[in-house]
Design a protein around this ligand. Structure first.
Ligand SMILES: [Zn+2]
Length: 93
């Protein structure tokens, strides 16, 4: 989670806060309620950590006509045999 630096334009209170990119920027000074200004420091902002989306290069799935050692073929299962209906003997009256 990146760290953002804010500074109040009223009381000049500066502080850092851990925020996510999806979080809204702070606009109110927690000290005096004045207007906050976001500071962008060249260093200090670490774009790493858990929860941060990063471009991870995953190996592409192997595809092509390589020697198939194990073929993933599911055996076609026959439809369930329905029980043959017993000949209904109609009682003669
Ligand atoms: Zn303030």
């Amino acid at each position: 989670m990146p760290t953002y630096s804010y500074r109040c334009t009223e009381c000049a209170t500066a502080f850092d806060i851990h925020q996510s990119f999806t979080d809204d920027s702070l606009t109110e000074c927690p000290s005096c309620g004045g207007r906050l200004r976001k500071l962008f420091s060249a260093v200090g902002v670490t774009f790493s950590g858990s929860g941060f989306y990063r471009n991870d290069s995953r190996p592409a799935p192997k595809e092509g006509g390589s020697s198939s050692a194990s073929s993933d073929s599911s055996s076609s299962s026959a439809p369930p045999a329905s029980p043959a209906p017993a000949p209904a003997a109609t009682p003669a009256g």
